[in-house]
Design a protein. Structure first.
Ligand SMILES: *Cc1c(COP(=O)(O)O)cnc(C)c1O
Length: 421
């Protein structure tokens, strides 16, 4: 039998029409609880679900209650596993609940969390304003720090023995700065011992499940805001975590008791989204290449932060991306000539591209990181990360590339006129 590609299996994998009157698509199993055939069966399902007894090699965990398991989530999780070749996946009601559940499961009071910077604003807030209340120490590094420097800082913290997790977001939002996943996984191994494994967790939202596979580069867990590329239509909030069965059973157990799993309707919508993941993302990346190239030569644009442009003059980035990514992605940031005023004139005059945060959706979205998504980052850190007043972030959608170019071009023209008056 041929090993089919994930995109070939997204319409059918893990679902059998005989479960539902021959329906070609999985119905929405909008139910809170499931009937047991016998009391003995109910007893067995609980034994396995609560880990009191091990499941037989090909025994499925029986359906009990939708906080523990639901067919729409299970089929979706099986499909998600195919892209990253993970053993298991868990779907959450948001990207933030996926991230916070992973951190709460693998960090204890007194532990050290080593985290890349910048990270998503919600992650930044959770680590600095919530985890600190539980005595979890945070040490940050940036994509610009070399690995020896990061190791020295861990040693100098006096908490090297308490290092429990390396958390990475790459490429960094909004400037596409890249962290070397293999080097960071090696660093985590160095600080691991027989009794303590340092977990490497990667937020892979920016590249989506198509263009970067952290588990293949030494990461233990990969996390997504499924709100972005995976859902892809700006119509729902969800998250996902993937990894080995050993780690995922812990993630799923905490999810059961926090009760932050996604509901069946969200699961069903995400299955629908997955069918077009490859075509959407492929079109988005092709559009992004065209737009980045156009921006690079535009007289009103100072600098473009898009991998295919940046790697031309940065050999180290080029080598890293060849190893780690299959594509340059569909997120472009760029500096307009001027500052906040010029950037706002540009944003206010877009017609086709919508002025909104979020990313990875079918429609193109633009925003101003310094005053919007990254307003919580200190001015000093913003300067270090090139998040200036003149920076605009663009998430490229599936529209016609020439229409997008036209829209950007006419908004830049308005910016020029405003500068003259
Ligand atoms: C949006 C986002 C999140 C948070 O996900 P939600 O689904 O909004 O909770 C986390 N990480 C990154 C990189 C994101 O873009």
């Amino acid at each position: 039998m041929r090993k089919f590609k994930p995109e070939s299996l997204m319409m059918s994998h893990g679902y059998h029409p005989e479960w539902s009157e021959g329906a070609i698509k999985s119905p929405i199993f909008q139910t809170s609880t499931f009937e047991f055939k016998t009391a003995e069966e109910g007893k067995r399902f609980f034994e396995v679900a609560y880990g009191h007894k091990k499941a037989e090699p090909d025994e499925q965990t029986g359906l009990i209650y939708s906080r523990i398991n639901n067919p729409d989530l299970e089929i979706l999780e099986n499909r998600l596993c195919l892209w990253d070749e993970a053993d298991e996946a868990a779907v959450f009601e948001s990207g933030m609940s996926a991230i916070s559940t992973v951190m709460l499961e693998f960090l204890n009071p007194g532990d050290l969390l080593l985290m890349s910077s910048p990270v998503y604003g919600g992650t930044n807030h959770f680590t600095k304003c919530v985890l600190n209340r539980f005595g979890i120490n945070l040490l940050e590094f940036s994509a610009f720090d070399d690995i020896e420097e990061i190791e020295r800082r861990v040693m100098a913290s006096g908490l090297a023995e308490k290092l429990a997790m390396v958390y990475i977001e790459t490429p960094a939002n909004p400037t596409n700065a890249m962290v070397d996943l293999e080097a960071m996984a090696e660093l985590a191994d160095k600080f691991s011992s027989a009794s303590k494994k340092v977990i490497t967790a990667v937020d892979n939202t920016y590249m989506g499940p198509l263009w970067q596979h952290p588990l293949k580069h030494g990461a233990d867990l990969v996390i997504y805001s499924a709100t972005k590329y995976i859902a892809g239509h700006s119509d729902l909030i969800a998250g996902a975590v993937l990894g080995s069965s050993e780690l995922m059973s812990r993630v799923k157990a905490l999810r059961t008791f926090l009760g932050n799993m996604a509901g069946p309707y969200t699961g069903w919508l995400l299955m629908r989204s997955l069918e077009t993941l490859k075509v959407r993302m492929t079109q988005q990346a092709a559009n992004a290449e065209i737009i980045a190239e156009y921006l690079e030569t535009h007289p009103l644009i100072e600098k473009v932060y898009y991998p295919s442009i940046m790697r031309k003059s940065d050999q180290k980035l080029d080598e890293l991306m060849k190893r780690q990514c299959q594509c340059n992605g569909a997120m472009i940031s760029f500096d307009v000539k001027g500052g906040e005023k010029e950037a706002f004139v540009f944003l206010n005059n877009l017609h086709l591209v919508k002025l909104a945060v979020s990313l990875g959706s079918t429609e193109s979205l633009a925003q101003h990181p310094a005053t919007m998504t990254h307003v919580d980052v200190s001015a000093e850190d913003r300067a270090k990360m090139n998040i200036t007043e003149k920076l605009v972030r663009l998430s490229v959608g599936v529209e016609d590339a020439e229409d997008l170019k036209w829209d950007i071009d006419q908004a830049l023209e308005k910016m020029k006129i405003a500068a003259m008056t």
